[in-house]
Design a protein around this ligand. Sequence first.
Ligand code: COA
Length: 187
Amino acid sequence: MSKVVPELPSQLAHVQVRPARAEDVQDIFETIGYWAGQGKMLVRPMQNIFENLRDFFVAEIDGQFAGCGALHVLWGDIAEVRGLAVRPEAQAKGVGQKIVAACEDEARRIGIPTVFAWTYSVGFFERCGFRLIDKTKELHPRVWSECLRCPFFVGCNENGVVKRLHGVPEPRNLPEPPPTQVPPGIR
Ligand SMILES: CC(C)(COP(=O)(O)OP(=O)(O)OC[C@H]1O[C@@H](n2cnc3c(N)ncnc32)[C@H](O)[C@@H]1OP(=O)(O)O)[C@@H](O)C(=O)NCCC(=O)NCCS
């Protein structure tokens, strides 16, 4: 990583989360790219980040980029937490949890009752109140929306986790979602 976030004891870390800005894209791109290189998440091209910039939140510790994450609306009843990446130097200071909380607040604000994520970090999401789901049975048809550009499309081994947000009613008059192609090997 090109920039170094100062080491801070977890209990002293001052984490702030805000909507992303154009000037954050390089940091978002590098941080996601770093973890994609470690096989922890899907690489995200810079153009994709710009096009979805209004989905993204950025976390800062003492004004320095510490991590990012996005809430992407999939349908009227579900949104996906994606692009969640904390700089290695800023891990275990509550950054990831605060970004997920910001995504949940955004889902509440726009009236979406369920948040979903694909992940290898199930334990982290469980700590955030998500539950692991059986991806052969319980998945909303729209959660496969990004799978077609994934190199692990065939025989996907990511886990699906979901959280029903308290106090957010199911939207009324929702049309049926269009069918989405399910990766081979899932069912
Ligand atoms: C997974 C990730 C987002 C977690 O962010 P983080 O800022 O390090 O985590 P936090 O400090 O917010 O942790 C919150 C809680 O989850 C726990 N936790 C964090 N990572 C965990 C893991 N992999 N397994 C189990 N628990 C975990 C922490 O111990 C903490 O628990 P506590 O509240 O009891 O102390 C971050 O490590 C990361 O970017 N990893 C690489 C990329 C990745 O896997 N992204 C997710 C793709 S969807």
